[in-house]
Design a protein around this ligand. Sequence first.
Ligand code: NDP
Length: 473
Amino acid sequence: MTEYSMLINGQAVSTSETFPVLNPATEQVIAHSPKATQQHLDDAVAAARAAFPAWSATSSDERKAIIHKIADRIEENMGELAQLLSMEQGKPMEGFAGLGAGFELGGCLAWIRYTAELETPVEVIQDNDDARIEVHRKALGVVGSITPWNYPLLITFWHIIPGLRTGNTIVTKPSEYTPLTVLRAMHLISDLLPPGVLNVVTGMGDVGAGISAHSDINKIVFTGSTATGKRIMEASACNLKRLTLELGGNDAAIVLPDTDIAAAAGKIFATAMINNGQTCAALKRLYVHEDIYDDMCNALAAIASSVTTGPASENPDFGPIQNKMQFDKVCALAEDAKAAGATFMTGGAPLDRPGYFFPVTIVRDIEEQTRLVQEEPFGPILPVIKFSDVEDALARANNSSSGLGGSVWSSDLEKAQALAARLECGTAWVNNHAMIQPDAPFGGVKQSGFGVEFGSYGLEEYTSIQTMQIAKG
Ligand code: NDP
């Protein structure tokens, strides 16, 4: 079995204690990951702190060039990283609509290269005989990054690249379920950066808690559950850390009666089931007008019946759910919906084989108060809810403590946009969902968190403003 080590101050660091990492398709141990102690975390933070003055003083062009080299190095090793990702995360190499492990690696390259080109220019807001006033963007210091298991490598790069680009140093912690690809990738790029600029520690939630409470970390960027986000916020108060919290959601979509079902059903299916439904911005509650309800349910069920779920070796459309905790949650929500009298058009029960396999499941005739509608399933199961009044559908869509994304589907773009603007969420789509890109800011409202990632807005989150006032005369 391959030995995995952490990266602290440019060195590979092993630990006496380790924890097993499973392949969710087989439930077999594929490797052991190091288990960091508080001392390892302190060492990583001290290394990042020591590296900060020199790294933040490098020129913007130097950092840009290094980040392009990081992208090149990842590209040279894409095949190996995608295989490892597929093994520990469960996603197929290709997958439905080509959205598997290869897609995640391609996303890494797109985001790294786009972010490398971004700048934080000095803004001059006054320059006259009295004074020149400039607004500068300065790096914050040490950034702690805590990432989840659904897109382990992509989200790590979302966190660390804007941090590095703006001159911060990093301590990142992957999820205990999926540490291997991140460890391998960080070692692959470590020689491109001065020691201490990028550190990775692995362990369980207590390592994340240690990062949140560390008095020498200046900012946390976190992607994961709302419950953990609240704990991080509390712990971060100790030294008033800056926070970016991306906490997932329970995204609603409203399908108006003039929607072209043939055109929309495929997109709705793909954006609900992307990454086996384990996507923060996936479509999770589908409200369909009664005039087209049966047709839309039938169209979705037809697609669901045509796809395959299985291990990567079978080249399926969808893989297993990533871990037992999430698998149990999806099973429980399905059972609850059945008990509540909902109709299962496809799927509904785990596959009878080893691994955390749950087939793609379309549920209709489901009431608003059912847990499957109220709670984020984060798996391959979609409730389709009937509505007759648009205002009622909007009220139900907004009646949620989360607000990451939302969408409206219609052949009348103007009408759809007017309705989408009334959705309480960070991104509103018209005739699409879950589409993100490196230049468009992405983040949530309400309990989906705060702060944005991507593009210039995302870059600024890794900086503080220094206003420079130069008196004249
Ligand atoms: P968590 O939020 O617990 O895990 C995300 C990251 O936070 C992991 O690296 C985890 O470490 C770390 N962590 C755990 N406890 C703490 C803590 N006290 N302080 C700091 N960091 C901590 O998510 P789960 O894996 O438990 O998933 C639960 C739910 O979260 C899912 O059902 C889904 O609804 C949602 N989710 C949302 C995601 C998104 O993209 N927004 C991604 C994943 C899950 P470790 O794994 O080692 O415990």
